[in-house]
Structures are given as structure tokens and as C-alpha cells.
Design a protein around this ligand. Structure first.
Ligand code: SAM
Length: 242
């Protein structure tokens, strides 16, 4: 469930604003064209406007509700004992990190991030600490400012590594591959990786295969994790370190 006092922001706020503004503009223009007696271009704009506004609504639902529900189910399925060390790559304001922390009464959830506001609205380490306090788990959370491509942790430190919608923000192919290799490096033998993303997921799975990962799996996370429609769907890459 979403704690009313914790505030998790909106993913890619520029894209949500763009979809909403473009959709409303097309609907207004369609109304004007109907008014001046140009029905065919008006219908085209009407359909386009409806698609864009529906996409914006779906995007908003995913970022404000859907992704929370999907991650609750994913974390429940991990069957954590409660004493694990878990790392969240690109934790942002803590949506996954703090859900993990709630499941770790005697473990620790570590979040690493660069706190980029273009990737999540209001993103900052202070905002994540405020959410950790609001969720009542600040005592089992650690926040680290760092780059996923060069993690400041020893090999085999974590029982579980999670990440949601973060790795695709790295602009180049080699950087994304480096982040995936780093995620695998810091996993303990027997450790689990759960990496959800909207793009490049087949490549992440290939890189994990090259690293020697076991049980590599790529699966769709369903409509509740669509960013605007089925063309931007979130996929989970899962594996185990042998
Ligand atoms: C869309 S947000 C997702 C945040 C959070 N995982 C969630 O699902 O709510 C992507 C996050 O990745 C972070 N990020 C982007 N590039 C990064 C990098 N190279 N290293 C660490 N964090 C990065 C951004 O600062 C942002 O917090």
C-alpha cells in the first residue's frame, strides 16, 4: 500500500506533461475545427487527442499506483527471511527501496542514486530520507550517492539486487552493460537480481548470461506497468548468481 505521508514523485515528469499538453491541445483544436465546419481533420485530431489523453492517464496510473502493486507482488514472491542485505539501483524517492526495508526487520536496504530530477520529480536524497521516516523504516535504510556503472561496494555484498526503471536512463549501450555487470558483481553467490525496465531488457539478459548468471528470465509485468500504452511496457529481468 502507498503511505499517504510518503511522496514518491512522478517518473519522467517531462514526458507525462508533454503527453497531457499535446492531448488537450489536439482536443481543443478538434473542437475549433468542428465549429468552423471542417469535420474530417477535426475527427483525426479528436482521435489523436483521445489516444494521447488516455496514454497520459495510463502513465499517471502506472507511476502513482500500478508500479507499487506490481513490486509488492514481486517482493512477496522473493520470500525474504528478513535479515538480508538488499541493494536498489537508482532508488529515486524509494518506491522499491522502502517496500524492501519493510520486509527486513533485521536486515538492511541500501539505495544508490544520482538523484536526477529529469528522471523523477522532486528527486533528492532528502526526499528519500523523508519517505523512509514516513514509512517508519529509516533505521534499516542506507542511501548512497553513486553511479550504477561504478558501484562503491565490494564484490558479493548483497543477497538481493533490485532496480526499477533506472538502467535505461544511462544513455549509452556500454554504460548500461556496465551497470548490469556491476549489479551481478555485488551479488553474493546464491543472490537474486530483479531488474525491471522499459527498454533494452533482452540485452540486459544477454549481459547476465555472459557474466555466468543462472535461471535468467525475461517476463512482461502487465498493463499496470505500461507507461502510456502497450508500446512502453515494463519487463522484468530476473536471475540468480550461482
Ligand atoms: C524513473 S526513476 C525510478 C526511481 C525508482 N526506482 C522508482 O521506481 O520509483 C530513475 C532513477 O534512476 C536514477 N539514475 C539515472 N541514472 C543513474 C545512474 N547512472 N546511477 C545511479 N542512478 C541513476 C535517477 O536519478 C532516478 O532516481
Amino acid at each position: 500500500m502507498v503511505n499517504a505521508r510518503a511522496k514518491y514523485g512522478v517518473d519522467a515528469p517531462g514526458i507525462l506533461t508533454g503527453l497531457t499538453v499535446a492531448g488537450v491541445a489536439e482536443l481543443v483544436l478538434a473542437a475549433v475545427l468542428f465549429g468552423v465546419g471542417w469535420p474530417i481533420p477535426a475527427v483525426v485530431l479528436l482521435v489523436g487527442g483521445i489516444v494521447l489523453v488516455a496514454g497520459a492517464a495510463l502513465f499517471a496510473h502506472t507511476t502513482l499506483r500500478g508500479k507499487f502493486r506490481v513490486w509488492d507482488a514481486e517482493l512477496d514472491r522473493l520470500g525474504l527471511k528478513g535479515d538480508e542485505q538488499v541493494l536498489d539501483l537508482g532508488c529515486g524517492r524509494g518506491m522499491v527501496l522502502l517496500k524492501v526495508a519493510k520486509r527486513l526487520p533485521s536486515g538492511k536496504a541500501t539505495g544508490v542514486d544520482l538523484w536526477l530530477t529529469k528522471d523523477q520529480s522532486g528527486n533528492s536524497q532528502d526526499a528519500t530520507w523523508a519517505n523512509a521516516r514516513a514509512e517508519g523504516v529509516a533505521d534499516r535504510v542506507e542511501l548512497v550517492t553513486g553511479d550504477m556503472r561504478d558501484l562503491p561496494f565490494d564484490d558479493a555484498t548483497f543477497d538481493v539486487v533490485v532496480s526499477s526503471l533506472a538502467v535505461h536512463n544511462i544513455p549509452d549501450e556500454e554504460g548500461r552493460a556496465e551497470a548490469v555487470r556491476e549489479a551481478f558483481r555485488v551479488l553474493k553467490p546464491g543472490g537474486l537480481l530483479r531488474l525491471a525496465d522499459i527498454r533494452f531488457t533482452r540485452r540486459y539478459a544477454e549481459v547476465l548470461g555472459e557474466c555466468g548468471a543462472a535461471d535468467v528470465e525475461v517476463r512482461d509485468l502487465g498493463w499496470r506497468f505500461w507507461y502510456g500504452g502497450p508500446h512502453v511496457r515494463t519487463v522484468m529481468v530476473a536471475c540468480r548468481r550461482p
